[in-house]
Design a protein around this ligand. Structure first.
Ligand SMILES: *Cc1c(COP(=O)(O)O)cnc(C)c1O
Length: 357
C-alpha cells in the first residue's frame, strides 16, 4: 500500500450542493448559490468562438482578463492574480504562507472550503465561533498568535449571509499584526446593498497585508467555468502567481470572464432582481414565523438546529434542494420567483406540519 498523508484520514471531503426532484419532476437547485439565469448570449458567443482555439494552451498569465479586472477596479495589473475559482486562489494563499506549524484563523461556521484547504496545505485551523450569526472580530483578533499566518474574513458570511460594517472591520484590521495576511473573501460583494459594508478594494489600498478575493461564479453566472481572482499588493499577488499550476485558468474561462465584464450592466441588473427577491423571501419567511438573519448575499439562513435534516428532506420532497448543515441550519439560495415560491411553500408546509417555525 502506498503511504498517504495522515490528514487524509480525518479530512471531510467538500460536499457539493445536490439537485433533487419532486415526484412530479419539479426541481429547483437552491443549494449552491449559483445564478438562476441562463448565460448571456454575448458570453456564450465568446465561448463558442474561443472553442476554435482549444488545441492551444491558454494564455498562462490571463493577461487580457487581468487587465480588464485592473481597469474595472482602478488598480494596477500587478495587483491582480487570477485562478480557477477563488477557492483555488484561497488554497494558493494558504500554500504561500503555510510553513509547518502555521495557523489560519477563521470564523465558524463560515465557508466550508476553509477547513479543507487548510488541511490540504498543512496549516492548522483555528475556528472562532460566530457571535449569534455574525463574525466575532474581537475574539478573532484575540485568537491571533505568533503562529498565525493568515485570517479569512468572509464578508458577507457564507452561510449566514450577515455582513461586517466598516467601523468594525477597520478596527479589526488595525489590530492584526502587519505580517499576518488578511483575506477578505467577497464572493457575494455584488449583492451587498448596505452602504456601511465596506468594499475590500477600498480597504486593501493602504494596507499591504490585506487582500480581496472575488469570483465570477456567483453574480456573473460563470460557476461552471471556474474563474476567480485576488486583488492585493504586489507581493501578495505575486505569491499567488508563484503557487499556481501552469495554465490554471482555461481559455474559454478567460474569454467568458472578459465578455462578462463587458456586459456587466446586464449582469448587475440580474443581481438587482435577486436582491429584490431576497427582500421578498425574507419578509415572507418572517411572516411565516421564521427568524431570518438579515442577508446581504444571494441566500438566506435558517437556524434550525436538530430540525435541519428534516427541513432539508421536506424541501427535497417538494423538489427544492437547499444546503443543510446539520445540526445547525439550512442555507437557501435566492433564485427566480418561481423557485423562491416553491421554497416558500415548502417552508410554510413544514412550519404548519411541525407546528413551529
Ligand atoms: C462560492 C464561494 C467562493 C467562490 O468559489 P469559486 O471557486 O470562485 O467558484 C468563494 N468564497 C465563498 C465564501 C463562496 O461562497
Amino acid at each position: 500500500m502506498p503511504r498517504f498523508r495522515q490528514i487524509l484520514d480525518s479530512m471531510a471531503p467538500y460536499k457539493p450542493g445536490k439537485a433533487v426532484a419532486a415526484p412530479d419532476g419539479r426541481s429547483y437547485k437552491l443549494s449552491s448559490n449559483e445564478s438562476p439565469y441562463d448565460p448571456l448570449p454575448s458570453v456564450v458567443e465568446a465561448v463558442a468562438e474561443g472553442a476554435r482555439q482549444i488545441h492551444r494552451y491558454p494564455d498562462a498569465g490571463s493577461v487580457a482578463l487581468t487587465e480588464a479586472i485592473a481597469a474595472r477596479y482602478g488598480v494596477p495589473a500587478e495587483h491582480v492574480a487570477t485562478g480557477p475559482g477563488s477557492v483555488t486562489v484561497a488554497q494558493q494563499l494558504l500554500e504561500a504562507v503555510g510553513e509547518p506549524g502555521a495557523e489560519v484563523v477563521y470564523a465558524w461556521r463560515s465557508f466550508e472550503a476553509y477547513p479543507l484547504l487548510a488541511d490540504l496545505a498543512g496549516v492548522t485551523s483555528v475556528r472562532v465561533p460566530l457571535a449569534g450569526e455574525d463574525h466575532d472580530l474581537d475574539a478573532m483578533a484575540e485568537a491571533v498568535t505568533d503562529r498565525t499566518s493568515l485570517i479569512f474574513v468572509c464578508n458577507p458570511n457564507n452561510p449566514t449571509g450577515t455582513a461586517i460594517r466598516r467601523r468594525e472591520l477597520t478596527a479589526f484590521l488595525d489590530r492584526v499584526p502587519e505580517d499576518v495576511l488578511v483575506v477578505l473573501d467577497e464572493a457575494y460583494r455584488e449583492y451587498v446593498r448596505d452602504e456601511d459594508v465596506p468594499d475590500g478594494v477600498e480597504l486593501y489600498r493602504d494596507r499591504p497585508n490585506v487582500c480581496v478575493l472575488r469570483t465570477f461564479s456567483k453574480a456573473y453566472g460563470l460557476a461552471g467555468l471556474r474563474v476567480g481572482y485576488l486583488i492585493g499588493h504586489e507581493p501578495v499577488a505575486s505569491a499567488v502567481r508563484k503557487t499556481t499550476v501552469p495554465f490554471a485558468v482555461n481559455h474559454l474561462a478567460q474569454l467568458a470572464a472578459v465578455a462578462s465584464l463587458q456586459a456587466e450592466d446586464e449582469l448587475l441588473d440580474r443581481v438587482e432582481r435577486v436582491v429584490k427577491e431576497r427582500t421578498r423571501v425574507s419578509e415572507a419567511l418572517a411572516a411565516q414565523g421564521w427568524t431570518v438573519p438579515h442577508s446581504e448575499a444571494n441566500f438566506v439562513w435558517l437556524r434550525l438546529g436538530e430540525r435541519t435534516a428534516d427541513f432539508a428532506a421536506a424541501c427535497a420532497a417538494e423538489g427544492v434542494a437547499v444546503r443543510p448543515f446539520h445540526p445547525e441550519g439550512c442555507r437557501v439560495t435566492i433564485a427566480d420567483p418561481e423557485a423562491n415560491d416553491a421554497f416558500l411553500a415548502a417552508a410554510a408546509s413544514f412550519a404548519h406540519r411541525t407546528g413551529e417555525s
